[in-house]
Each structure stands twice: as structure tokens, then as C-alpha cells.
Design a protein around this ligand. Structure first.
Ligand SMILES: Cc1ncc(COP(=O)(O)O)c(C=O)c1O
Length: 360
């Protein structure tokens, strides 16, 4: 079958597999926060209704000022984008026709964006046996001949986090060799408070470009909110490539309130910490492999039948559970499924189904 490129598409999967339209599925395939969106957001968007009758501020000044303040950086180091996806494509455009390194398995869009802008890409495959640890020495050896390295931290689909020491080493070498390091932090807000974003490193490393998305934490995939943080010269160049009015007026208006709502983020972190520990311990007891994830999704494989992952995927679907296949993640090739942490009740459905699979 032609597997869809992304998660969060239950209707497409039903059509592809000729399933009944009214078959109810719990969507574990998109890694969105089940606690969101924040309850106040609906009213806030309604209050902004009138703004859609006018052209938005082309500089998105409310959103970018709020992001700069929130991150503790100057506004000329921020570019608001139409989701994390636009951020990725704008950055790829910056390296058009250049040479890139991508550490896989990772989010597909880096490769797609590089291909779109005729970037010559070298893949590095990081395997599960190493716990998805970056081969830092190998990357260092390649740096002189590359313009950019794409990394995802925390990484989608593994949920793992590259250690700070490794990143620092790569950024230092990159600084000397004129190689940029792009770090996609779309899931950074889900990390335990002991692991920080790399924002404070921006002043030391002009070769660091950070990508963000508010989509996952605030459960707003339909709004399209992302941003890029980098040295002012990079931001200036990227801004010149961005299409006019890429950010709509609703987004410009609600970003400041979203970023102010620390209670929502803190509550999510507390919930996630407890729920993920519980889910992982149940899965390990059932003898499933779980990737060493620190965030709201993880890779799973049946250790007893590692070659039956497709069968497991279909079994879960029959049991009303949609997970994310990994056929299009380089280095995974369908050997795992990616599963989001959902609410307690939804996770119980998953655990019950996985228990049933064990007994099959
Ligand atoms: C690592 C990563 N970066 C960026 C994105 C894109 O985010 P957005 O929906 O804000 O465009 C995703 C979406 O799945 C993602 O997983």
C-alpha cells in the first residue's frame, strides 16, 4: 500500500484500507498534546474575528515581539513562520544548491525541503542499537565539505535528545568550518525542565539556527504557528524569501497569549511525566521495545516478533487504534510504529490491545 507521509490522517487510512467510514479510531499517530488547546483559545479567536476583514500586519509585530520577549532575545533574531514546516523550507532555501547532512531516522520534511532546493544531501543512519546516539566523530569528519547539518532535538520519531556536549562540539567545529547547524526544537516544550532549549546558545554560535513550532504543545495544527531564531543576518535573509502575509491576523493576535500561558505548559509537563512513566513501565512489562523517549511519543516494537510490525499495525487498527507507520523513516523502514502518549483512558485502550496481541 502507499503509506501516507504523515500521521494524523485517520480518514486517509480508512479509505486506503477500505475500512468503514464510521469506524471509530483513537488517533495515536499524530504527536499532539491531548490536553490542548488551552480552553481560553476559542473565545480569544472569536474576539479576533473582525481582524480577518483586514490585511494582517505584514511584519507580524505582535507575535514576533512576544516571541523575542519570551525567548529573551532581540526581535531581529526572530522570524515568525507559517508553522514549523515553513521554517524548514525557508531554511533549506537559504542553503539552496549547497551540501547538507541529515541524521536519520528523523522528520521527513528536512529531506523534502533539501530536495526541493536542489541541496545535495548525505544521509547518516543512526540505529536503535546505539540508543539513537549521534556518530559525532563521523559528522565532524564530514563537516568541512558541508554547508549545513539538520538535527531534530527532541527527535521525531524516536523522542530522544542529543546530549548538550555533542551539540556544543559540533557547533564549535561548525563555527570554524563555516558549517551551520539547524536544530528543530518543535517538541522542546515537552521536555523535563532539566533540559533546556538552545536559545541561550545563539549569541555564542552565529552558525546555529533554531526552528520552533507551537503546533504540538498547544494542539493547533490548523492555525500554523512556528518561528525561526538565528543571527540577525540569517533572519534578514530568510525574511526576504518569505511570502507576504504568510502569518494570518488570528495567529499574530493569539501568539502573545499562548506564550504567556505557562500554566498550560507546566500542567502538560506534569501530566506527561506521570503518564509516560506509567505507559512505558506497562509496555516494558509486556516485553515491548520502547525507544528511550523523553517526550510525548515513542517508537514501539514487539521484541518477541520484531518482523511482524505491519501485522501489529493492522491488528491495532482493527482494535480502533491508529498508530504511525515508519515505512518512510530512513533507518526504520517499517520495523517500528510510532505512538503518541494520549489521555489515561485512551492509553488504557492501547495497553489492552497490546496485551491482547501478546495472547494472539
Ligand atoms: C520535528 C517536527 N518539526 C516540524 C514539524 C512541523 O510542524 P508544523 O505543524 O508547525 O508545521 C513537525 C510536524 O510533525 C515535526 O514533527
Amino acid at each position: 500500500m502507499k503509506w501516507p507521509n504523515h500521521g494524523g490522517q485517520p480518514e486517509t487510512i480508512k479509505k486506503l484500507l477500505h475500512m468503514k467510514e464510521d469506524k471509530s479510531l483513537i488517533d495515536f499517530s499524530a504527536n499532539l498534546n491531548p490536553m490542548g488547546p488551552p480552553t481560553w483559545l476559542s473565545d480569544a479567536l472569536h474576539q479576533q474575528y473582525e481582524t480577518i476583514t483586514r490585511y494582517p500586519d505584514p511584519t507580524y509585530s505582535k507575535a514576533s515581539a512576544a516571541i523575542a520577549e519570551h525567548e529573551g532575545i532581540d526581535q531581529d533574531m526572530v522570524l515568525v513562520t507559517n508553522g514549523g514546516a515553513e521554517a524548514i523550507f525557508l531554511v533549506a532555501k537559504y542553503f539552496e544548491k549547497g551540501k547538507a547532512l541529515i541524521a536519520h531516522p528523523t522528520f521527513l520534511e528536512y529531506e523534502r525541503a533539501c530536495t526541493h532546493y536542489h541541496i545535495d544531501v548525505e544521509d547518516l543512519i543512526v540505529d536503535d542499537e546505539s540508543g539513537y546516539t549521534l556518530p559525532v566523530q563521523l559528522i565532524q569528519d564530514r563537516f568541512a565539505e558541508k554547508d549545513v547539518l539538520f538535527l531534530c532535538r527532541p527527535n521525531n520519531p524516536t523522542g530522544t535528545v542529543i546530549p548538550e556536549e555533542d551539540l556544543q562540539l559540533l557547533l564549535e567545529i561548525g563555527k570554524k568550518k563555516d558549517t551551520y547547524v539547524v536544530v528543530d526544537e518543535a517538541f522542546v516544550d515537552f521536555l523535563p525542565t532539566t533540559i533546556a532549549s538552545l536559545t541561550s546558545w545563539l549569541s555564542a554560535y552565529p552558525n546555529l539556527i533554531i526552528l520552533r513550532s507551537l503546533t504540538k504543545m498547544y494542539t493547533v495544527p490548523g492555525l500554523r504557528i512556528g518561528y525561526i531564531m538565528a543571527h540577525p543576518t540569517v533572519i534578514h535573509a530568510l525574511k526576504n524569501e518569505q511570502i507576504p502575509w504568510s502569518i494570518n491576523s488570528l495567529v499574530d493576535a493569539v501568539v502573545p497569549r499562548l506564550l504567556e500561558d505557562r500554566t498550560f505548559v507546566d500542567k502538560t509537563k506534569v501530566w506527561l511525566h506521570g503518564e509516560s512513566r506509567y505507559v512505558f513501565s506497562c509496555l516494558k512489562k509486556l516485553d515491548y521495545y520502547v525507544s528511550p523517549s523523553l517526550v510525548n511519543f515513542y517508537l514501539l516494537q514487539d521484541k518477541k516478533s520484531p518482523n511482524r510490525t505491519d501485522e501489529l499495525y493492522y491488528f491495532l487498527l482493527e482494535n480502533g487504534i491508529l498508530t504511525r507507520h515508519t515505512h518512510n523513516f530512513k533507518g526504520l523502514n517499517g520495523k517500528f510504529i510510532r505512538i503518541a502518549i494520549r489521555s489515561y483512558t485512551e492509553n488504557q485502550h492501547l495497553l489492552t490491545a497490546l496485551q491482547k496481541w501478546r495472547k494472539e
